[in-house]
Write a protein of this length. Structure first.
Length: 100
């Protein structure tokens, strides 16, 4: 185990009550154990968040670098217009456009 460093922290009354309750119900042996467990959970949350962000960044980068077929703004607008006109005219839409 790492050597310990004593710190003084200030918490809200609700946090202090939660710490005391965890010790009193036997979940933890001391207030220090509760705080250490909370800090370990914070570290895990931070690591998981960073992993999610790295995954999102990788997907965005892959999407930007994807040289596969794309659609121009004009093609998208034309397709939306065709779909709208088909619905507005009461026609049944066929799969005739590139985006369908």
């Amino acid at each position: 185990m790492e050597s310990a460093e004593k710190l003084s922290v200030t918490v809200t009354p609700a946090m202090a009550r939660m710490i005391r309750e965890k010790v009193e119900d036997g979940s933890y042996g001391s207030a220090s154990e509760v705080v250490r467990a909370a800090l370990r959970a914070l570290r895990r949350d931070d690591e998981e968040h960073e992993e999610r962000m790295a995954s999102i960044r990788a997907r965005i980068k892959a999407s930007i670098e994807d040289k596969g077929p794309g659609y121009t703004g004009e093609e998208v607008i034309d397709n939306i217009r065709r779909r709208y006109e088909a619905r507005a005219g009461g026609l049944h839409e066929d799969s005739a456009g590139p985006l369908e």
